[in-house]
Design a protein. Structure first.
Lengths: 136, 133
């Protein structure tokens, strides 16, 4: 069952790009209404906590997507998701992710923490610029 | 910003364990009513597709949690989540944010990476020294 092992570096980049794209749907829905989510209509970008968190998600989500300063971006977003989970989801539905709608936040939190340690992989701006990255 | 790099192998295991625990809530809700979910609980294991998929999720989710045959379990679950996304969620809309399929796609890609990366040092596989980190 090791046939995928040779592709681990590329799959690290794929994990980073896929999770960043899904993640970017949240700020995109908040500020661009794309896709449209009625809950986010007329959201003030400076409102606390949803607007401010949307700005953080946009900036660092884009950096993570292209793989620029991506360890830093992943680390910040991992922390943001931990705050979102404890601040928002637990207060809305208890500790279990399946009931409080927080599965996304938990999984982003741990995946981004891993990406902060593992780096962006070979398909990234960091790698193109020759920055020292762990790609294995 | 490399201070976490030395802990990469351990964080691989942490991600595996955390994601497997979140994942196991689904078969647990389906068959054990823990936590109780009005859409899932009380399901027969033979219902197609949600019950049968719950059996797959329970069996391979536990293997993944403990890291026994972790690559195989992750590969099967990644495929299952891709299947679930396209048959259950994609018909409800294109965007994962709106078709309730966000968890399925994120599981799918994390499991695919785990199938390539292995279960990490904190796993039964590592203790048995079969497949490595």
């Amino acid at each position: 069952m090791d046939f995928l092992s040779p592709y681990r570096p590329q799959l690290l980049s794929i994990l980073r790009i896929a999770s960043a794209l899904f993640f970017l749907e949240h700020p995109s829905a908040k500020f661009l209404a794309f896709p449209h989510v009625a809950y986010f209509d007329n959201l003030d970008p400076l409102s606390w906590p949803i607007g401010i968190s949307g700005i953080i998600e946009t900036v660092f989500g884009l950096l993570l997507l292209v793989g620029l300063w991506s360890r830093l971006a992943a680390f910040i977003l991992s922390g943001e998701m931990a705050v979102a989970y404890f601040y928002f989801h637990i207060s809305h539905g208890g500790i279990l992710p399946i009931l409080n709608m927080g599965e996304g936040a938990v999984m982003y939190c741990f995946a981004f923490l891993y990406l902060a340690a593992a780096g962006p992989g070979p398909w990234s701006v960091d790698a193109m610029m020759g920055r020292k990255t762990v790609t294995a | 910003m490399d201070f976490l790099a030395p802990y990469r192998p351990q964080l691989l295991s942490v991600m595996r364990i955390a994601v497997a625990l979140v994942f196991l809530e689904f078969p647990s809700a389906k068959f054990l009513a823990f936590p109780y979910d009005p859409h899932l609980s009380g399901m027969s294991p033979f219902d197609w597709p949600a019950g049968v998929s719950g059996v797959i999720e329970g069996a391979f989710g536990l293997l993944l949690l403990f890291g026994l045959w972790g690559r195989l379990a992750a590969f099967i679950l990644s495929g299952e989540m891709a299947f679930a996304y396209f048959i259950a969620h994609a018909p409800q809309g294109f965007f994962p944010l709106l078709n309730n399929g966000l968890a399925a796609v994120v599981f799918c890609f994390i499991f695919l990476y785990l199938a390539a990366a292995g279960p990490g040092p904190w796993s039964i596989d590592a203790a048995r020294k079969t497949s490595t980190i």
